[in-house]
Design a binder for this molecule. Structure first.
Ligand SMILES: Nc1ncnc2c1ncn2[C@@H]1O[C@H](COP(=O)(O)OP(=O)(O)OP(=O)(O)O)[C@@H](O)[C@H]1O
Ligand SMILES: [Mg+2]
Length: 266
């Protein structure tokens, strides 16, 4: 399936092929899907200026699995929020599939979020009044997918929560809530997956299963960006982008090459 951003006319559609919503492999993975050029995000709060990101230039292709590392406060969440259209850059340009999202109207950004990105939030952000199933259905519904209930059940099964689908978030452990948040993001089927510390609450065995799932999303042609503090997880990435004080300080393949998820230990 050729992916056309909602604000593109089919004639100006990009040359890349994005993943089929149901996971069919992409046929082309070489073009840049996400491009950041000299991006900055500066917060001004009560006279205090915080430079969360500065001079960030980055390109991510479809089917790439990128891990973002960096100490607390280095700008990792800010970076994901900007790519996800949840925040607006103070300077520079962000293009997705060749189309600028910087400067886009709020309406266009809403379309972009709905049809292009999916998010696993650092703090989960589950709806407290919705069950696990309803939370995940919401992800599929918001992305305009048909048969949201079947998709949600499948995604919850993939994260090992078939027996918790009718639980509300407060009736779930932290790790279970995190897995619901991951299932909700996967349920969108969107071509860009942004995951902020998706294994932070998980034990090793569950963390490995979730990493396998995330890697499979990249294998299906999605661009997957995972923020983590866990350097071992970075070994399973195609690329590791390291941030320090809002700047990219390194960007490349993991030292020693990519390791299979099954061979990780932490
Ligand atoms: N809304 C905001 N207003 C002011 N400063 C902010 C805001 N959001 C983030 N910051 C600041 O921007 C910097 C980067 O924040 P960010 O949340 O991106 O860090 P992070 O790398 O995700 O950290 P962590 O690992 O703790 O989650 C921090 O110094 C933070 O205090
Ligand atoms: Mg963060």
């Amino acid at each position: 399936m050729r992916w056309v951003l909602p604000f593109q006319s089919p004639r100006s559609a990009p040359t890349m092929t994005a993943p089929d919503r149901d996971g069919a492999p992409a046929t082309s993975a070489s073009s840049a899907l996400i491009e950041l050029c000299d991006v900055s995000r500066i917060y001004r709060l009560d006279g205090l200026v915080v430079t969360a990101l500065t001079g960030v230039s980055l390109t991510v292709r479809a089917a790439e699995f990128v891990v973002v590392l960096g100490p607390s406060g280095s700008g990792k969440t800010t970076l994901l929020n900007l790519i996800g259209g949840l925040d607006v850059a103070s300077g520079g340009e962000i293009r997705v599939s060749g189309e600028a999202i910087t400067g886009a109207s709020r309406g266009r950004l809403a379309d972009y979020r709905r049809r292009t990105t999916s998010f696993v939030f650092q703090t989960f952000n589950l709806f407290p009044g919705l069950t696990a199933l309803e939370n995940v259905e919401f992800g599929a519904d918001a992305a305009g997918r048909k048969d949201a209930s079947a998709i949600a059940r499948q995604r919850l099964a993939e994260v090992g929560l078939t027996d918790r689908i009718n639980h509300f978030p407060h009736q779930l452990s932290g790790g279970e809530q995190q897995r619901v948040a991951i299932a909700r993001a996967l349920a969108t089927g969107n071509p860009i997956l942004l995951a902020d510390e998706p294994t932070g609450e998980l034990d090793f065995k569950t963390g490995i299963q979730i990493l396998e799932l995330l890697r499979a999303q990249a294998a299906d042609g999605r661009a997957v960006l995972v923020v983590t503090h866990n350097r071992e997880i970075a070994r399973a990435a195609d690329r590791v982008v390291e941030l320090s004080s809002g700047r990219i300080v390194s960007d490349g393949a993991p030292a020693g090459g990519r390791t299979d998820v099954a061979d990780l230990h932490w």
